[in-house]
Every structure is written in structure tokens, then in C-alpha cells.
Design a protein. Structure first.
Length: 94
């Protein structure tokens, strides 16, 4: 596993930063991201689309499958990392 992954501080950011898995994991587990998620869920429940868009765009993004160089489009693909992103929702504790 590669030690660093491409990190974008928001969904509208175009310049990647290399961050360690440890740094990204800490961010994912942080209170600030939890609060942002809760704010988004509340906006979703109220169908407040402008707020939903604003909150979503402020969320960070990671690309662990490839190292991006200078942007976030296919043209900026530097190298594949061998990593894969997986999202598990609603997994029982068992």
C-alpha cells in the first residue's frame, strides 16, 4: 500500500495535496466532519437544496486509487497506487 494519497480539501478544489493515510483517517473520524455530515442530513431532511450543495462542496475528497498531479481530471493521473476505495454502509456489527 502506498503511504500517501491524493487529497482535495473540498469537492471544488482542483489542486491535490498528498496526505498520509493516517492524516486522512484522523480527518474522517474527526468531530468536524461528523458535524458537517449531521448538518447535511438535516438539510436533506428539510429538502434545503442550496444548503445541501454548499455543505457537500465543502467536504473533502480523496483519490486513493491514483496519485494525481496538478489537478483532478484524467489528464492529471500520475500513477496508479494499487489501492481501492470501498464504502460500507449499514453493516451489522456481527
Amino acid at each position: 500500500m502506498h503511504e500517501f494519497i491524493s487529497f482535495f480539501p473540498s469537492l471544488v478544489a482542483t489542486q491535490p495535496e498528498l496526505k498520509s493515510w493516517e492524516t486522512v483517517t484522523t480527518l474522517i473520524r474527526s468531530l468536524s466532519l461528523r458535524e458537517a455530515t449531521e448538518q447535511y442530513r438535516q438539510a436533506l431532511a428539510r429538502a434545503d437544496k442550496p444548503l445541501m450543495k454548499k455543505l457537500k462542496q465543502a467536504c473533502p475528497a480523496v483519490i486513493c486509487q491514483a496519485r494525481m498531479e496538478g489537478g483532478r481530471t484524467r489528464e492529471h493521473l500520475g500513477a496508479f497506487t494499487g489501492n481501492m476505495m470501498v464504502d460500507f454502509d449499514h453493516v451489522d456489527e456481527k
